[in-house]
Structures are given as structure tokens and as C-alpha cells.
Design a protein around this ligand. Structure first.
Ligand code: PEP
Ligand code: MG
Length: 874
């Protein structure tokens, strides 16, 4: 078995075995790019390490020895050689990107002797000793697990003694003293000398990187991002190049296109005389690539060419780490860049237009879920805002929340229902849970590629970094910005698109969608087979649905039209009526209102299908609760308002009478229409009158009526007859008519089993996944989540929440049965789906496989439905 691969033996396709970093380094090496040579220990070796109770077995060690020999031959350097020493970095790299979650060790191979060789060869003893002390610090922290604060303390002490403020001001004598102090600390803490043999250092480091796969933050990151816990990490061992060898050296990170906005420009950051860690940790804020361009134009041009060729080679935006050692360029890593959703769309569209990828590929590259972030609101530009500081716009979007200074507090407040903004000097991988809990992140240090920025973009959270105007005092739990002092709990707003930090709350407005977004949506519309309609409650939502691309209304819930505060008393009057005639009178008052809603809805939809559902919820939902009423009765009694007492008591008893122990399966849906036909009559009359009045004005309208909660064909037969009768009354009054198909919701298991019979009376059917899931599982859609469903999902009793992603095996099987038998009976039957699951990407694939005709989703998820429907046919 082969556990170690030289760069010359691997390629990009060996991602699972070599990790992304290892595979891409091998690929770059074979492309002839300037990559320091090295080798990669595989993820299989990592799994074996755990199987062998955390030991690197002799087979693997032998292979490492051999690879090391080849590395020495290739570089002409030797591990532990005083005159010509070899130094390596030992880097983690998993098959899926987990930025900054695992450990890396630099400068390995340094010891009391080789440090002299480094000093001599570079002619820069200060640099050599500084590297050595950094190495001891890093190795002790990661491999020996000695708390790094102890080293910081030693460093601070020496700085104080030397009377300097910055690390870089320390002289060689100070560094020598520091190294001595560090070694003493290691001896004290680990009971052993700091290992001097580079081979021993290497084996310990490889083990430590394997260990870092299972550190707390990496495990959590995998859980959040649904990454397999058993993949394991590879370890790449690579010849060191030093970006901190002097003023003609440096290190940088660059993206082949702007990762936040998507603009086609080489975009990045560069730090002179520094190592990669300095950029990533956010401890120093780097300058722009332009500095490199002005100071070393040729090297810059070389780099730019290589960057472009890498993007072409991989057909994706590359995130490249590079180092310049005494003017010579080296590439240390390339990977597909993490992009904001906005940038992903722009880039996918541009790349398709440039011919780099196909349109289908562009559509597949966008995760439909990420569109949610773009459809979020942004700051209203018309509002005067009190901008107190400006930082780098690291991740776009706006967020308002309370200031918190630490991750634990962020988590605690979020759990109690608060929206918080995490304010930090910088973040590190231990802050992941705090970042998850926050609505936005603000840091005073670090650049666009710092940990905070990368992770926030990944999470699609608004983030502002490097905001140096703010001064943090964690001890006092406050920040000062100029004169202004803000405390934990104060409200601020972040604008991650411009980098602005604003005091207080700012009104938000609807998003503006980019040209590229509209282009992509257009391609998706052309590609998909299923129609995407909107589920709306009001004319305002219908407008929004159209704007976002709905091809009609798949579900108009009329009950929301009853909830309007002006109408509620009329609705209550209707419900409280003692007999049919009283009820009819109350309904007559509701009719013009309902009709005006439909007039508006039809106008907005301009001749597109509008499927209107007759009343569905149990009537008690329109009445106050018995508890509220009894309190009000007591109050009225105290106020001696006996008339009011009488009124309220009447209402109270009616509410009691309507009370049901199990309202989801109660007197609702078509059961209302059958027992109180005058209610459906009013609704059908309003629909038909509105349609005919518009028709008469030459406006095209396509209304359809749908009946909820049918379980038996007889119900549908009966309601259909009623609806036809109501329609015929209107038609004869208006001396005109219009075609209005009558369909049914299939949202109960019995309806799925007997669809064949039901469709004798239905022109079309729509599956209501919410109710169907409720009835199939017997889980209350209103209560399950808070009671046991979350537990079920955490403990894998269920793979997923069936109210979010369709349960294909059970609920899906019922839908399949209904579709097949419905179509057997009527081959031209139109079949749709609605409910939360109908715009969820995986469920959409399932509906496409069944060959449904359309899906309907709430307005802000319509673009997600469109893209998912397109992906489902690619
Ligand atoms: C459904 O049950 O899936 C549905 C769309 O209707 P509602 O959510 O209004 O019950
Ligand atoms: Mg329903």
C-alpha cells in the first residue's frame, strides 16, 4: 500500500487521497509551475493512524523516509545538515476545504545547529534566530500542546526588558535569550528537552496534524457544514521558502477574480517581509497587490500570468497563496475560491459568456440555497445614517444587532432570541460558534483574507474587517470610536457591502438584483421543464411573486384576506350567525371586499393562471381564544359594562362550541364548504364576478378554483356541483361566462390512494406537502419541531426534517401513487405541488422525476424554485 506520494506522482484528481492542498500542489508541479518540492502523506494514513491507536506505523514511516530522501536529492539540501540544512513546512489538507480549522507547522528542521546554517546562508542571523524562536513557539503549541500564552508572556517580558514595542525591534541577543527561555519553558512543561533531531520533529508534527483533524473546532465545522467526520486529513511536507527573509521577500494571497463582488480582476493582498501565517491570522493588515506591482513589476506580471493560466486550467476562480523569497516567486497553494453568492453568480455568468464553461455548468455552479442571501433586504439609501467608522467590506449584506465581545456571550444571547453582532480584534477558529450565533461580524484588524472575512463569506453573513478606527477594551466590555463610547448591548448596524459601521438601527429595503442574476434566472427559466408559480396571500405578495419570476399563482390562500383588521368583525359576525339567513347577510357584506382583492390580483397577474383556494382553516382561527375572552369578561364585569359582558359571553360560548381537541384534523377545508355552502358560494361569486368584470373591459383573466382537504371523491363531487351552481348564477346574471377549472388539493393520505376516483370530479390536482406530511407521519406541523422533531433529527431517528425536505420514501410514495393513478384516469391531468418542500432543491429533483407540471412557492423562494427546477433537468 502506498501512503506517501511525491508531488511528481500526484494530480488534482487525487483529492480524496491527497487532500485538496496536496492534490493541487502535485497538479501545479506537473504543470511546471514554481512550486517548492515536497510530498503528501495520504488521508488513508490518517485513518490508519487512528486505527492503530494513534501511532504512525513503520510501513508509513519507511515511506516518509524514502520521500524525504528524494526531497533532499531534489533540493540538494539535507535534514539536520549544519552547512546546507533543509527546512520544511508540515501542512494539513483535507479532501474538502476547512479553512484554518486544522494545524500547520512552519520552519521545521530548525535546531541549535541548523539555525547557524540558515544564518550563514542567508547572511541574516536575525532572521534565522527569529525563525527558530517562532518554530519553537509553533511546535510547542501545536505538537507539545503547551499553552501559547506562556510563550507570549516570555516574549512580552523580553520586549519590556529590551525596551521595545514590536517583535521586529528585538536584536539577536534578545532573540537568543528568548530561545533559551522558550526551551526552558518546554522542559518545564513537557518534562523533556525540545526535540533537536529534525526527523523526530517531523514524525511528531505529522502525528499532530493527524490529531488536529479531531480538534474541537474542526469537528464543529464539519458538523455545521455536513462534512463526513471520517474523511481524515492528508499531510503535506514541503520545502520551506521564506517570505520573511528581508525587504525583497513577502507573502500574499490572491484571487483570480474578486471573491466578494465577482469583478474580473486579479484581486489580493500582499505583506512584505512576512510569512503566510501573518496574513491569515489577521495579526497584521496587509497592503494591496498594487504594492507588489509597483515595487517588483516583473514578478507581478509573472504571477498574474500564472494566476490566469491556473483559472483556465481549473475553469474556476482560484485562491492562490504565494511567497516571494528574495525576489523569487513560489506558489504554495491553489484552490477553488470561496465566493459570496453575489460573486458566484456574476462569475458563473461571465465564465459562460467567455466560453470557459457551458450555460448548464453555470447553472449547476450556483447552490439554490445561497440565493436566499441575495433576496435579503439591504440598507435604505435614503435614510440618514450615523456612520461612526469604516472598515473593509469583507462580506456583503446588512445586519443590525446588539454588540457582543465574545463568542460564548453571542451564543447565549442568540439562544434567548437576540440578534447580536460579534465585535472582535480578530477572530480565530475557536470563534466559529460565536460567528454562527451572530447576524454580523466586525473586527478591528485583519484584511479581506483574514479568518473573519473568509468564514463570514462562507456563512453568507455581513462582515466588516480591519476597522482600525475602533478601539476595543474587552476588560471594560466597550469600544471607543473617536469620542464615541459603545458598550456591550448597544445597537449597531453593519453594511458589509460598503464597510460602514452605523450607530443604531437602519430601515431595510427590498434587494436590487444584478444583471447577472437576471441573466442566470433567464437561463434557468429556459432550461427548466416544470412551471414555477407563487403561493401568495395578498395582492402585494402577488406583485412580489411576479417581480421574482412567477409564471402565475399556484395557491392564493383566501383566509388571509379575512384576517384584515377591518374585515375581522364581519367575519366574526358571519361565524356567530345563528342561522343560514343571518350568515348570508354577513357574507353579503364580505363579498365586495373579497371581490376587490380578486380584481387586484387578476390585474397584477395579467392573464396568467391564478389558482384560488376556497376557505381552508377551522373557523375558530378567526375568533379570539376562550382564555382571552374570559379575561375580557372579567374586565367588563369590573367596569360594570353589562352589555359588553353579554356580548362577550355570547362570543365565549360560541368559541367554546367551535373548540376542537385536534383542529388540524377538525372542521376545516371542504368540510366547511359542505356544511356551510353559503361561505363557498360567496367566495365563488366574488371570483366569477371579478373575472367577468375584467373580461368585459377586455382584460384577460385565468382564474381557477381549488378545493382544500378532500379525502373522499364524494366530497369533491358535492363541492364541484355547488361551485358549478354558484358559477351558473353569476353567469346568468352577467349574461356572460368564463372558463374556470375546478381542481383539488391532494393533502391527505386517503386522497393519494383514491386519486383515481377523485379526479373524476377535478380538472387538476395539487399536492399540499405540508398537510400531507402532517397526516402521513401523524406529526402536528405546528408543534412537532419544538417538541421532538429537532431531537429526532439530531439523533438521526429521521435523516431530515420532513416539513422542510420531502420524505421521498413515505410522503413521496403517496404523491407518486396519486400522480400515476390520477393520470391513468385522465392522461391530460395537470399535476402541481405546493408547500414548503416544493422549492427545496432535493425535493424539486424528486418532483421532476415524477414529471409534475408545476410547483408553487412563497414569493421570496421563487428564484430558488426556478434554479432548482432547472438543475433538476440537467
Ligand atoms: C399544504 O398543506 O401543503 C398547503 C400548501 O396548504 P396550507 O399550508 O395552507 O395548509
Ligand atoms: Mg394544506
Amino acid at each position: 500500500d502506498k501512503y506517501v506520494y511525491l508531488f511528481s506522482e500526484g494530480n488534482a484528481r487525487m483529492n480524496d487521497l491527497l487532500g485538496r492542498k496536496g492534490a493541487n500542489l502535485a497538479e501545479m508541479f506537473s504543470l511546471g509551475l514554481p512550486v517548492p518540492f515536497g510530498f503528501t502523506v495520504t488521508t488513508n494514513a490518517c485513518r490508519l493512524y487512528y486505527e492503530d491507536s494513534k501511532k504512525i506505523n513503520s510501513k508509513i514511516e519507511k515511506q516518509i523516509d524514502y520521500a524525504l530522501l528524494r526531497l533532499e536529492q531534489k533540493t540538494g539540501k539535507e535534514f539536520g545538515n549544519t552547512r546546507n540544512p533543509l527546512f520544511v513546512s508540515v501542512r494539513s489538507g483535507s479532501p474538502v476545504s476547512m479553512p484554518g480549522m486544522m494545524d500547520t507547522i512552519l520552519n521545521l528542521g530548525l535546531n541549535d545547529l541548523t539555525v547557524k546554517g540558515l544564518a550563514q546562508n542567508t547572511g541574516n542571523p536575525r532572521f534565522a534566530y527569529d525563525s527558530y524562536r517562532r518554530f519553537i513557539q509553533m511546535f510547542s503549541d501545536i505538537v507539545l500542546q503547551i499553552d501559547h500564552y506562556q510563550f507570549e508572556r516570555e516574549l512580552d517580558q523580553i520586549k519590556r526588558k529590551a525596551g521595545v514595542e514590536k517583535d521586529s525591534e528585538l536584536h539577536i541577543e534578545h532573540l537568543l535569550e528568548l530561545i533559551k527561555a522558550y526551551k526552558k519553558l518546554v522542559k518545564k512543561e513537557s518534562k523533556e528537552e525540545f526535540p533537536q533531531d529534525p526527523k523526530v520533529q517531523l514524525m511528531m508534527a505529522v502525528g499532530a496534524v493527524f490529531e488536529s483533524w479531531n480538534n474541537q473546532r474542526a469537528t464543529l465545522y464539519r458538523r455545521i457544514n455536513k462534512i463526513e467526520q471520517t474523511l481524515g486529513t492528508a499531510v503535506t511536507v514541503q520545502e520551506m521558502v521564506f517570505g520573511n527573509m528581508g525587504e525583497d521577500s513577502g507573502t500574499g494571497v490572491a484571487f483570480t477574480r474578486n471573491p466578494a463582488l465577482g469583478d474580473p480582476e486579479l484581486y489580493g493582498e500582499f505583506l512584505w517581509n512576512a510569512q503566510g501565517e501573518d496574513v491569515v491570522s489577521g495579526s497584521r493588515t496587509p497592503g494591496s497587490l498594487n504594492e507588489l506591482k509597483t515595487k517588483m513589476p516583473e514578478t507581478y506580471e509573472d504571477f498574474k500570468k500564472i494566476a490566469q493560466s491556473l483559472e483556465k486550467h481549473y475553469c474556476s476562480v482560484q485562491d492562490i497563496e504565494f511567497t516571494i523569497e528574495q525576489k523569487k516567486l513560489y506558489l504554495l497553494q491553489t484552490r477553488s475560491a470561496k465566493l459570496t453568492p453575489k460573486a458566484s453568480i456574476k462569475i458563473a455568468v461571465h465564465m459562460a459568456q467567455e466560453g470557459l464553461i457551458s450555460r448548464d455548468e453555470a447553472l449547476l455552479r450556483i447552490d439554490p440555497d445561497t440565493l436566499k442571501g441575495l433576496l435579503h433586504e439591504t440598507l435604505d439609501p435614503k435614510t440618514d445614517v450615523n456612520v461612526i467608522a469604516k472598515g473593509l467590506p469583507a462580506s456583503p449584506g446588512a445586519a443590525t444587532g446588539m454588540i457582543v465581545f465574545d463568542s460564548e456571550e453571542a451564543e447565549r444571547l442568540q439562544r434567548t432570541g437576540h440578534e447580536v453582532i460579534l465585535v472582535r480584534r480578530d477572530t480565530n477558529p475557536d470563534d466559529i460558534h460565536g460567528m454562527v450565533a451572530s447576524v454580523g461580524i466586525l473586527t478591528s484588524q485583519g484584511g479581506m483574507t483574514s479568518h473573519a472575512a473568509v468564514v463570514a463569506r462562507d456563512m453568507s453573513k455581513p462582515c466588516v474587517v480591519g476597522c482600525s478606527a475602533i478601539n476595543l477594551d474587552e476588560a471594560k466590555q466597550e469600544v471607543t470610536i473617536g469620542e464615541k463610547r459603545l458598550k456591550a448591548g448597544d445597537i449597531i448596524t453593519l453594511d458589509g457591502s460598503t464597510g460602514r459601521v452605523i450607530i443604531g438601527q437602519v430601515p431595510l429595503i427590498a434587494p436590487t438584483l444584478s444583471d447577472e442574476f437576471m441573466t442566470l434566472l433567464g437561463w434557468a427559466k429556459d432550461r427548466k421543464k416544470m412551471a414555477v408559480l407563487g403561493s401568495v396571500n395578498t395582492p402585494k405578495e402577488a406583485m412580489q411573486a411576479r417581480f421574482l419570476g412567477a409564471e402565475g399563482i399556484g395557491l392564493c390562500r383566501t383566509e388571509q384576506m379575512f384576517m384584515d383588521p377591518v374585515r375581522v368583525p364581519l367575519v366574526q359576525e358571519m361565524i356567530l350567525s345563528q342561522n343560514k339567513w343571518e350568515r348570508k347577510k354577513a357574507l353579503d357584506n364580505l363579498l365586495p371586499m373579497q371581490k376587490s382583492d380578486f380584481l387586484e390580483m387578476f390585474r397584477i397577474m395579467e392573464g396568467k393562471d391564478v389558482i384560488i383556494r376556497l376557505l381552508d382553516p377551522p373557523l375558530h382561527e378567526f375568533l379570539p381564544s376562550a382564555e382571552t375572552l374570559s379575561i375580557e369578561i372579567e374586565r367588563a364585569k369590573l367596569a360594570r359594562d353589562f352589555e359588553d359582558v353579554q356580548e362577550k359571553e355570547k362570543l365565549f360560548w360560541r368559541v367554546k362550541g367551535l373548540h376542537e381537541l385536534n383542529p388540524s384534523f377538525g372542521h376545516r377545508g371542504c368540510r366547511i364548504g359542505i356544511t356551510y355552502p353559503e361561505i363557498y358560494d360567496m367566495q365563488v361569486t366574488a371570483i366569477a364576478e371579478a373575472a367577468l368584470e375584467l373580461k368585459c373591459k377586455g382584460i384577460e383573466v385565468h382564474p381557477q378554483i381549488i378545493v382544500p382537504l378532500v379525502s373522499h371523491a364524494n366530497e369533491m363531487k358535492m363541492v364541484r356541483e355547488q361551485v358549478l351552481e354558484s358559477l351558473s348564477h353569476v353567469f346568468s346574471r352577467y349574461q356572460d361566462q368564463i372558463e374556470i377549472p375546478i381542481g383539488t388539493f391532494i393533502e391527505l393520505p386517503r386522497a393519494c390512494i383514491t386519486t383515481r376516483q377523485i379526479v373524476q370530479y377535478a380538472d387538476f390536482i395539487i399536492f399540499g406537502c405540508n398537510d400531507l406530511t402532517q397526516a402521513t407521519f401523524g406529526y402536528s406541523r405546528d408543534d412537532a419541531e419544538g417538541k421532538y422533531l429537532a431531537y429526532y433529527i439530531d439523533y438521526k431517528v429521521l435523516p431530515e426534517n420532513p416539513f422542510v425536505s420531502l420524505d421521498e420514501e413515505g410522503v413521496g410514495e403517496l404523491i407518486r401513487m396519486g400522480t400515476v393513478s390520477g393520470r391513468e384516469s385522465n392522461p391530460r391531468l395537470k399535476v402541481g405541488t405546493c408547500g414548503v418542500q416544493s422549492s427545496e432543491k432535493k425535493s424539486v429533483r424528486f418532483f421532476q422525476r415524477l414529471g409534475l407540471d408545476y410547483l408553487s412557492s412563497v414569493p421570496h423562494l421563487i428564484p430558488i424554485g426556478i434554479l432548482s427546477a432547472a438543475q433538476a433537468v440537467i
